[in-house]
Design a protein around this ligand. Structure first.
Ligand code: NDP
Length: 328
């Protein structure tokens, strides 16, 4: 089988597209024929060796994949089932999705809703599933369209694009924050954003602990000063779902929004989410994500293009989602 292979020998890092024996796959009770994988931000960090994402070498990267069960020892699955995998440290500690086959634990797999093709499930991927976990967190907190607009940061990226599309379909007014307002403004409006702001507005340190309230809630992929400024401008009893660190992992802020406005900061960890919550998120995507918009935010590449796309995603130059056809 063909696979992207990351190696580190004597501190020398390499990325190759290799022929790998199926016998070398790690242990697991289920063998999946991977049809599509994708490039998420974390994959970009792993494949460019920018952050210590990979914790076992050699590694097949790819934190997600969609495909069909070939063989399983599990009673809850059968050959031919269409499945998607997101997280569970796959592509970090356990060989991941950027290969024609994957051997994994059956309880890491989620059934693909019948509304989606395998390709569309991959297009959603970990970024889209995480966007839905963020939306669920805002809903759990009682946010409805009547409460006011929702801000989405990193709006032109993978998590951001799906978040904008889902929130607007649910009837929310969406404010999209992007560093690419000029080049991607039309794209974001097509996804459903009703207002665009430049991310520079939120990027600086030293902002006021409480700013004028501008949104009822937010989905933040940036972290760092952006998250601090997002919290400061969140309306009373609002909620911010934080899932990313595209600006940075640091968070220098005050408790003012929490104790003077009752704002809630919810952390989202898609990697270790429960199977029940995953199923809920995927089923909600089936009803709340317009598949025409999904197609519009997706591009496709082959395995050979993975190193280039990894560099582009770390540089913040990828729009929406990139699906990898692992057989081409
Ligand atoms: P993408 O690269 O597709 O999107 C990230 C976007 O963030 C970019 O497109 C850009 O959007 C924006 N951005 C880039 N640099 C900066 C910056 N310096 N300051 C503010 N915004 C910036 O990545 P994904 O959508 O796949 O992932 C987004 C984030 O969410 C990542 O940090 C990722 O690690 C995290 N993540 C976390 C998960 C979890 O379980 N917690 C799961 C999935 C992702 P624009 O040009 O529009 O500004």
């Amino acid at each position: 089988m063909r696979a992207v292979l990351l190696k580190k020998v004597d501190d020398e890092f390499s990325v190759t597209i290799d022929d790998v024996s199926e016998d070398d796959l790690p242990e697991g009770d289920t063998l999946v024929s991977v049809e599509y994988s994708t490039i998420n931000y974390k994959d970009g960090l792993a494949i460019t060796n920018t952050s210590p994402i990979v914790r076992s070498w050699p590694m097949v990267p790819g934190v997600d994949f969609a495909g069909t069960v070939l063989m399983t020892e599990s009673e809850s699955l059968k050959t031919g089932d269409r499945v998607v995998l997101n997280g569970w440290d796959v592509g970090e500690k356990h060989w991941g999705g950027l290969a024609e086959r994957a051997r994994v634990q059956s309880d890491w797999l989620t059934a693909i809703p019948e509304e989606f093709s395998t390709y569309q499930a991959a297009a959603i991927g970990t970024a889209g599933y995480t966007a839905m976990l963020c939306v669920l967190a805002l809903e759990d907190h009682g946010l409805t369209p009547e409460r006011g607009p929702i801000l989405v940061t990193g709006a032109a990226g993978g998590v951001g694009s799906v978040a904008v599309a889902v929130l607007s379909k649910l009837g929310f007014e969406v404010i999209a924050s992007s560093g690419r307002v000029e080049s991607e403004g039309e794209y974001l409006t097509t996804l459903g954003a009703s207002e665009l702001i430049h991310r520079d507005e939120l990027a600086e340190s030293g902002g006021r602990p409480l700013a004028k309230a501008r949104w009822a809630g937010a989905i933040d992929v940036a972290g760092s000063h952006t998250l601090a400024n997002v919290l400061a401008a969140t309306d009373a009893k609002g909620c911010v779902a934080a899932c990313g660190l595209a600006q940075g992992m640091d968070l220098e802020t005050t408790v003012a929004p929490l104790i003077l406005r009752g704002v809630t900061l919810v952390g989202i960890d898609s990697v270790h989410e429960t199977p029940e919550r995953r199923e809920l998120a995927w089923n909600r995507l089936a009803t709340d994500l317009d598949v025409n918009l999904l197609d519009a935010l997706t591009t496709e590449v082959g395995l050979e293009e993975v190193p280039r796309v990894a560099t582009d995603i770390v540089a913040g130059n990828i729009r929406g989602r990139v699906v990898v056809d692992v057989s081409s």
